[in-house]
Design a protein around this ligand. Structure first.
Ligand SMILES: Nc1ncnc2c1ncn2[C@@H]1O[C@H](COP(=O)(O)OP(=O)(O)OP(=O)(O)O)[C@@H](O)[C@H]1O
Ligand SMILES: [Mg+2]
Length: 363
């Protein structure tokens, strides 16, 4: 899948901008604050129909009423996608036809993003890992998103009930039993999706890491579900505790993941650069899973990806992207370390004060 063109209106610092992307690696080079991340965010928004970790309407140019993202996507069947964001909501159109249900849209534009925030995937709180993995499984398999929404709904109802039962000191657990059974059923599904996904990543990850890191360290991604077997019983065993704390103390909403390098916790041992390579290896592994399962290549969005990578790893990454024949959009402050031979099939843009210009001179 390729994003052929994008037009932005009033999107963050972009008043009116049209960009024609290349089919391979696209570099957007500019100083801090020039608008590089905003551009990637716009493509991310287009794919996920929401902004990344901010409220949607913060993407509207200050003092404007709306922002608009328009794109032409080359895919098995080409299509156009449009998102109009207003202060009160957003409208999404596919081929100029407005979409009613968000879930009918998400997954049409396949992107995989590496954003600086993702750097705390390894050392940050479990919530970040869950969010990252949930979004990705959801993109690969929409039924996961639906189940996750179902799980969250049951969890919310159960937590409200726990609060009510606790506050009123009621001993009538009829409804609690029902919610708990529903939660156990949904947990089983969520846990199995996650397990299966992590198994698939591990099949790709070792090789991908070897390539990008240019070493032979073994990397392993581990899923740590809080409960795995006898789920219903484990929920029931926690009734007393849950009633005291007025919340569901275990379940997939508290699960976590770990990364290992040569059997050591990456969280404790990996350097900044190593963490970055691990995350990139994960993302590129996921890209391969998507290619296999969805028979479509995702668009890679790599924000400020070269920071902390040495000369060798920067070039390994670009070499890989060239050989993978996937569209990638990379932002960076400079490409001085990138070998000229890897730039031949790339498109290079400069970004200055939210103005994008294609650079005709390679290198
Ligand atoms: N809603 C908005 N309206 C107008 N301008 C905005 C809005 N949101 C962000 N900006 C502008 O975008 C700038 C940040 O741009 P961006 O994050 O894309 O920079 P960058 O090129 O990625 O920089 P860095 O190299 O530091 O990551 C801010 O300085 C701000 O001026
Ligand atoms: Mg940035």
């Amino acid at each position: 899948m390729i994003v052929n063109t994008i037009s932005l209106s009033n999107y963050r610092g972009y008043k009116k901008t049209d960009i024609v992307f290349g089919k391979g690696v696209n570099f957007f080079i500019g100083n801090n604050g020039s608008g590089k991340t905003n551009l990637l965010e716009a493509i991310y928004f287009l794919a996920l129909a929401k902004s990344y970790k901010t409220v949607d309407n913060s993407t509207i140019m200050s003092e404007a009423d709306f922002a608009r993202i328009n794109a032409k996507i080359i895919s098995e069947r080409d299509f156009s996608a449009k998102i109009v964001i207003t202060r009160t909501g957003k409208k999404i159109s596919l081929n100029n036809k407005e979409i009613d249900k968000l879930s009918d849209y998400i997954g049409k534009v396949l992107v995989l993003a590496f954003l600086p925030e993702d750097m705390d995937l390894i050392k940050g709180p479990p919530k970040n890992r869950r969010y990252f993995i949930d979004m990705i499984i959801g993109q690969i398999d929409r039924s996961y998103l639906i189940e996750l929404a179902n799980y969250k709904k049951i969890l919310r109802q159960r937590n409200e009930l726990l609060k009510l039962l606790s506050d009123t000191r009621s001993k009538d657990f009829t409804l609690l039993d029902i919610y708990t059974e529903q939660l156990a059923k949904s947990s089983r599904l969520i846990i199995d999706y996650r397990k299966h996904f992590v198994e698939k990543i591990n099949l790709e990850l070792v090789q991908m890491y070897h390539y990008l890191a240019a070493n032979n360290k073994t990397i392993f991604f581990k899923y740590n579900p809080l409960i795995e077997d006898n789920i219903l019983k484990q929920f029931q065993d926690k009734y007393d505790k849950d009633l005291i704390f007025k919340t569901t103390s275990l379940g997939p909403h508290r699960d976590d993941y770990d990364f290992f390098i040569d059997n050591l916790f990456a969280r404790d041992f990996a350097s900044q650069g190593e963490q970055r390579v691990i995350i990139l290896a994960i993302i590129l592994s996921i890209a391969n899973i998507i290619i296999k399962e969805k028979k479509a290549k995702p668009i890679l969005l790599l924000d400020d990806v070269f920071s902390e990578l040495d000369y060798l790893r920067q070039n390994q990454l670009v070499k890989y992207l060239n050989s993978a024949d996937m569209q990638s959009i990379i932002t960076t402050t400079n490409i001085k370390d990138i070998n000229n031979s890897f730039l031949n099939n790339s498109k290079i843009f400069s970004v200055k004060n939210h103005i994008v210009k294609e650079d005709k001179i390679n290198g």
